[in-house]
Design a protein around this ligand. Structure first.
Ligand code: GDP
Length: 889
């Protein structure tokens, strides 16, 4: 252990080799190569040089001659019959007979530079002489002396060295990470201690017991003389050695009293008296601490077992902190397990538990819902008595069967619209008063909202009204609606619509529905059928009555008093008003000024509006209201709770954000085609899950067939779902739950689907050539997929009007709804999110002027080259082909 190379030392200390070499040369040492060896003495020399230079820099050019330090330490000593003390009479000496003793040491030390002491040669000589006389007895003491001295010096040196090293390495260290720094310090400490100890030993051997401090020498001499005299007296009295030993603490006490500068408080036993270090030197300890090379006492080393709380995810840094260890240690442990991680990387629960147990601590699963549960339980406590409430109804059905007409009819005739001048605005939900009671309708277009809410585990609807046109019968979306309702366990009422039409065949509807296991009451089933006409209003009263009847059967109740809980029905970002959310209150009462948490958003209810845009001050169960004041736009289906304590509200929102972020990180990793290969696990069959959407069913079939064929021995291509038409939110939800990639062939995702995909990190890929799809999937499987040319979507315009010009052909009067439309870029024309044309922009105009680009929110005229079939409602997508640099792997 005596010689190391410069390189090794630099590594140990954690500084660059160059720096160490320059320090060595400054210290006048010969080493100038990384492989040169350094002996302990040389290290010592370097150390003293460093100390010196440190002293200069801090003490205005003059190194300190004297340093006085005060400190208090509390420790436990556990050493059977061992003497532990420090020489020089500064530290307390105590002797325990195999017991654990709590020791509090208050010390004040004055360190004097060696040069100051050397003047006192003469006294030192005296001391030498005195000691020589006692040499026989002191022989073994000296060893302990050396060790305890080493310990003390090590402390002193460590302090110095730490300071010196810190200053020296400040610049390097700044660049290093925290754990790197901690590790360095730790190693530095160890090294210094080791070195110091060695130095002391060497010194002892070479110089003998030359003392360093003059006051120390005085004390020592006095004490020794006294003790010697006493010993002789004792010997004369015929006392045995062993006996003497027992008496020692007493003697020591005697010899030491008087010039005490420190106090040693011994908690358990009074036997270990205060004493002067050297004074006790003559007395042999019962057992020499030879086993332990460093210390004459045992540090309290019982491992502390921490209970480490681990949630779903925890970062490496947090985990280390919870175990009270350095992050570097955790990183090292993970490396051993074959994981390369950074300090901020979140670990999943299982990995974290493994690490914790590996480190000898105890892992406890943290109750994830802590703050969640806390808030909810306080909410529950505050809830009062339950009262009956109005039913919440969702209208579903096939397109064009009359959902909107029915809702409109009900709203126009039942909602008191007078105050608002008859203008009712779409807020996604409204309530109506009937002669028999109140009903709330959720007016969310399509079934997507219903399924999205269900996907989030929210149940907003009590009753589904399924509209079936009497002249059209059961259609695919009718069946879909039935499946959705059944899955959500919501009762269905059938509204057989368009009964006014002469070709209406209500019986046929009943028959077709019974094939779906929807049996009318008249046929002995349990489903109410009501024949209505949204056009004439026929049967609508009966429909409302049926709803109320069903609601009575359901015995719907809710607590009316207390803080509100509800659900987001719809939300949007309004330019003037900020985030706007339609909240359906489900229990309690929502009031203006309430602090609400919705999903990850938070806010105070600034204003509440009813379906007529009238300000309201409170909303009870089953009442929908539009709320302003949230921090952001929550998702439809998110819950809403009123939390009176603002701090708790914030905590709740933050904890949800954190959870969302972490799980999103994990989710994002799972569903990217580019990353598929790197995530394949060896020796298993891996699946590429795909959802294929195409413009027509024919393409779907063709794609399905060729994609499935790609399957190899290790990788199977699994088609999770297929369909003709644009990519909608359901597809994205499905992709998320089934870990699939969405392939869009000549189709696009609609706005909500795009947003959902972005939120959830679902990979949607658009193609217009079948071969490219096959090629990409093949490459992904073999790990060859590198994004080279990517299409980047830059703008989207919606056709609002079409003008015919004899010169230019059809000109689409558009509103740019996303991004920027640029003249020089390729475009696609989309109808219902299906690509119907791909080409170029012929002209781009704003008013009468030709322009190069038009930004979102402005109108423009677009002429598409060689294409005249643009229709109102079409979308024009502008994109760019960009080269993406190959990533070097
Ligand atoms: P949705 O797609 O289900 O919302 O259906 P709409 O409410 O938009 O209705 C589609 C078409 O059917 C519209 O042209 C309506 O005027 C018509 N319609 C709806 N209900 C009735 C009805 O009861 N009788 C008749 N004759 N036409 C209706």
């Amino acid at each position: 252990m005596s010689e190391v190379t410069v390189k090794q030392l630099a590594e140990d200390v954690g500084i660059p080799v160059e720096l160490l070499l320059s320090q060595l040369s400054e210290a006048g040492l010969k080493q100038n190569q990384a492989d040169d060896a350094i002996s302990d003495e040389e290290k010592l020399k370097l150390l003293s040089h460093l100390r010196q230079s440190h002293g200069k820099s801090t003490e205005s050019g003059d190194s300190p001659k004297k340093i006085t330090l005060k400190r208090k330490t509390v420790s436990e000593l556990k050493q059977p019959g061992t003497i532990t003390r420090s020489p020089g009479g500064r530290t307390g000496a105590t002797r325990s007979a195999g017991k654990t003793v709590s020791v509090e040491v208050r010390r004040k030390r004055t360190y004097v530079k060696r040069s100051e002491v050397s003047d006192d040669e003469a006294r030192t000589q005296e001391a030498e002489a005195a000691r020589k006389a006692l040499e026989e007895q002191a022989e073994q003491k000296r060893q302990i002396e050396a060790e305890t001295e080493a310990r003390r010096s090590a402390e002193e040196q460590r302090r110095h060295a730490e300071e010196a090293a810190k200053l020296q390495e400040e610049e390097e260290r700044k660049r290093k990470e925290l754990e790197e720094q901690q590790r360095q310090e730790e190693e530095e400490q160890r090294r210094q201690e080791e070195e110091a100890r060695k130095r002391e030993e060497t010194q002892r051997k070479q110089v003998g017991e030359k003392e360093e401090k003059k006051d120390l020498e005085e004390e020592l001499r006095e004490a020794r003389l006294k003790e010697e005299a006493q010993r002789i007296a004792e010997e004369k009295a015929g006392k045995k050695g062993a006996h003497r030993k027992d008496e020692r603490p007493k003697e020591k006490g005697k010899g030491a009293r008087g010039k005490e500068k420190e106090q040693l408080h011994v908690a358990e036993s009074k036997r270990g008296r205060r004493g002067k270090g050297k004074a006790a030197k003559q007395h042999k300890p019962v057992i020499q601490p030879q086993g332990d090379a460093q210390h004459g006492f045992v540090k309290p080393t019982t491992p502390v077992v921490h209970e480490v709380e681990i949630g779903e995810n925890i970062t490496v840094g947090d985990l280390a902190q919870k175990m009270s260890i350095k992050a570097a240690v955790v990183i090292k442990e993970l490396m051993k397990m074959g994981m390369m991680v950074t300090i901020n990387q979140p670990l999943d629960h299982d990995t974290a538990v493994l690490v914790v147990e590996e480190m000898g601590h105890k892992a406890v699963t943290q109750k994830e819902e802590d703050i969640e549960a806390e808030v909810m339980s306080t909410l529950d406590e505050e809830q009062g008595e339950k009262v009956s409430r109005a039913p919440v109804v969702t209208i579903m059905g096939h397109v064009d069967h009359g959902k909107t007409s029915l809702l409109d009819h009900i709203r126009e005739t039942r909602v008191a619209a007078g105050e608002a001048g008859g203008i009712t605005q779409h807020i996604g939900a409204y309530h109506v008063e009937t002669g028999h009671g109140m009903i709330s309708f959720l007016d969310t277009p399509g079934h997507a909202a219903f399924s999205a809410m269900r996907a989030r585990g929210a149940k907003a609807t009590d009753i589904v009204v399924l509209v079936v046109a009497a002249d059209d019968g059961v259609k695919p979306q009718t069946i879909e609606a039935i499946q959705h309702s059944r899955a959500a366990d919501v009762p269905i009422i059938i509204a057989v619509n368009k009964i006014d039409k002469p070709e209406a065949q209500p019986d046929r509807v009943m028959q077709e529905l019974s094939q779906q296991d929807i049996i009318p009451e008249e046929w002995g089933g349990d489903t109410q059928f009501v024949q209505v006409s949204a056009k004439t209003g026929q049967g609508i009263d009966e429909l409302l009555d049926s709803i109320l009847l069903q609601s009575e059967v359901l015995e719907l109740t809710a607590v009316k008093d207390g803080p509100a809980r509800g659900i987001i029905v719809e939300s949007s970002l309004d330019k003037g008003r900020g985030p706007v959310a339609t909240i359906l209150v489900q229990s309690g009462t929502l009031r203006r000024g309430d602090m609400v948490v919705s999903g990850q958003e938070i806010g105070r209810v600034r204003a509440m509006l009813d379906e007529n845009r009238q300000q309201v001050n409170s909303a009870g169960p089953s009442i929908p209201v539009e709320v302003l004041g949230l921090s952001g736009v929550p998702n439809a289906g998110d819950d809403v709770v009123v939390v009176s304590d603002e701090r708790k509200a914030r905590e709740l929102a933050e904890s949800r954000q954190e959870k969302n972020r972490d799980s999103r990180l994990a989710a994002q990793k799972a569903a990217k085609l580019d990353e598929f290969f790197s995530q394949m696990s060896e020796g298993e069959v891996n699946y590429v899950n795909l959802i294929v959407k195409a413009d027509v069913q024919g393409s779907v079939e063709a794609l399905k067939e060729s994609l499935v064929k790609i399957t190899t021995e290790e990788v199977k291509v699994k088609i999770v779902a297929t369909g003709a038409g644009g990519i909608n939110e359901s597809d994205v939800n499905l992709a998320m739950t089934s870990n699939a990639i969405i392939i869009g062939f000549n189709v696009r995702a609609d706005a909500t689907a795009r947003r959902a995909a972005e939120d959830q990190g679902v990979d949607i890929r658009y193609y217009s050539i079948i071969y490219e799809i096959i090629d990409d999937v093949k490459k992904a499987i073999s790990g060859m997929l590198t994004p080279e040319v990517r299409e980047e979507f830059i703008g989207l315009a919606e056709v609002r009007d079409v003008f015919r010009s004899s010169k230019l052909g059809a000109i689409a009067g558009c509103m740019v709804i996303e991004g920027t439309v640029k003249r020089s870029n390729p475009i696609r024309v989309l109808r219902d999110n299906v690509v119907i044309y791909e080409g170029e922009l012929e002209s781009l105009r704003r008013h009468k002027d030709d322009v190069n680009e038009v930004k979102s929110g402005t109108e423009c005229g677009i002429g598409v080259k060689n294409y005249n079939d643009v229709k109102v409602g079409d979308q024009i997508e502008v994109f760019e082909r960009t080269e993406v640099a190959r990533e070097v792997l």
